[in-house]
Design a protein around this ligand. Structure first.
Ligand SMILES: [Fe+2]
Ligand SMILES: [Fe+2]
Length: 375
């Protein structure tokens, strides 16, 4: 008799631990097939969750090359809440001559007697409980122990939101899908809406121009386009404050200011911008925050992303012409370092023309690149 196990869950997202459980079940119970059944989730569920369609698609991708593992859209297609009882009934109808199993975790085992028609369910199929040790499983449930895998979908969603790497825990194709669709992230449209409300119209347009230019440069040089877009969007988020407000915000966010910083108040919007990106927009990625922090002065040993933001700020399509602009635009897709030096030269010329204080970090940054180029 064919043996089939049903494996329900939200799979939000599916990860390597789920696959491990299914394979372990195949081995331990000599199963012919494990059917993953993503549950339908209300679109209004709180927090960052993926849609029914996206979760289903991710399961499909993760199972692409897995023998004996398949997926069903039965619960996803249901418009109302679907009890496991209905699912099992359906699969008994679909596979009348098969022996049915149902895979659950030990957390579900604990709450089993709260399930809808649980006593009938127990007669309809055999329940298999996966434990990571600890819980005591009693008959008629079958226990299968698996080593602690240290993976949960919640943890994965949290890491993705914070821009952390989850490559070891999620199938490569699933990960590309998540990135492509921008799943589990604070939505960009929310950020843009908020910025639009705080920046002057012209500054907001400049911001979008910098973000787009940064993405184009990131693509060209193989940098992370998501980070480039975010850093571009947020680089001038503190630009509309007065000097006094900026100094007050430095106090509030504990931003240390050097003597040189105090002589160049227009620069301080970069430091405050990085703090705002972190505190108000929840950006934790150090590379993005650094790119914002150094977008006006530059610094020694800048990351590729910092260079991209610096040059994008200078060259975005809405920039009014200034001496050297066309040269920077010519250089930016040829050699980012040369474009960066040319951008800093323009900053220096501007300070000279205005008779204003030049921040020494700009000279340090420029010298650093030139010295590196000579090696
Ligand atoms: Fe700026
Ligand atoms: Fe800017």
């Amino acid at each position: 008799m064919r043996k089939i196990a049903l494996f329900g869950g939200s799979f939000d997202p599916i990860h390597k631990g789920h696959i491990e459980i299914a394979k372990e079940a195949v081995k331990a119970l000599c199963l012919d097939e494990v059917i993953f059944i993503p549950s339908g989730i209300s679109p209004h569920k709180a927090g960052l969750t993926a849609s029914n369609e996206d979760r289903y698609n991710m399961v499909c991708l993760a199972l692409e090359n897995e023998e004996k593992l398949s997926v069903s859209d039965f619960e996803i297609k249901k418009e109302t809440k679907c009890y496991s009882f209905e699912t099992v009934k359906e699969f008994k109808k679909l596979y009348p001559s098969c022996e049915l199993y149902f895979i659950i975790g030990d957390d579900q085992y604990e709450k089993f007697t709260t399930w809808y028609k649980w006593e009938e369910l127990l007669k309809m199929c055999r329940f298999v409980v996966f434990t990571r040790g600890g819980a005591e499983i009693k008959p008629p449930f079958t226990e299968i122990k698996i080593p602690p895998i240290g993976i949960s979908s919640t943890e994965i969603r949290e890491k993705i939101k914070n821009g952390e790497d989850v490559g070891a825990k999620v199938n490569e194709k699933v990960l590309s899908y998540i990135k492509e669709k921008g799943l589990y992230k604070e939505s960009l449209s929310e950020i843009i809406k908020k910025l639009k409300g705080t920046l002057k119209e012209s500054r907001f347009r400049h911001t979008l121009g910098v973000a787009d230019t940064a993405v184009a440069l990131a693509k060209h040089y193989g940098a992370d386009t998501d980070k480039a877009y975010l850093a571009g969007l947020l680089h001038d988020s503190a630009k509309n404050f007065t000097d006094d407000e900026l100094f007050a915000l430095c106090d509030k966010y504990n931003i240390p200011l050097s003597e040189d910083d105090r002589k160049a108040p227009p620069i301080i919007h970069s430091y405050v911008g990085a703090a705002i990106a972190e505190v108000e927009y929840g950006i934790e990625d150090k590379e993005i925050l650094d790119a914002i922090y150094y977008h006006t002065t530059g610094s020694e040993d800048m990351s590729l992303l910092s260079k991209i933001i610096f040059v994008s700020d200078m060259t975005e399509p809405g920039r009014k012409d200034f001496p050297g602009l066309s040269e920077i635009r010519r250089l930016m897709y040829e050699d980012i370092d040369k474009a960066l030096v040319a951008s800093m030269d323009a900053t220096i010329s501007y300070a000279k023309m205005k008779g204003s204080f030049l921040h020494p970090d700009t000279l340090k940054a420029r010298n650093f690149i030139l010295a590196k180029g000579k090696k």
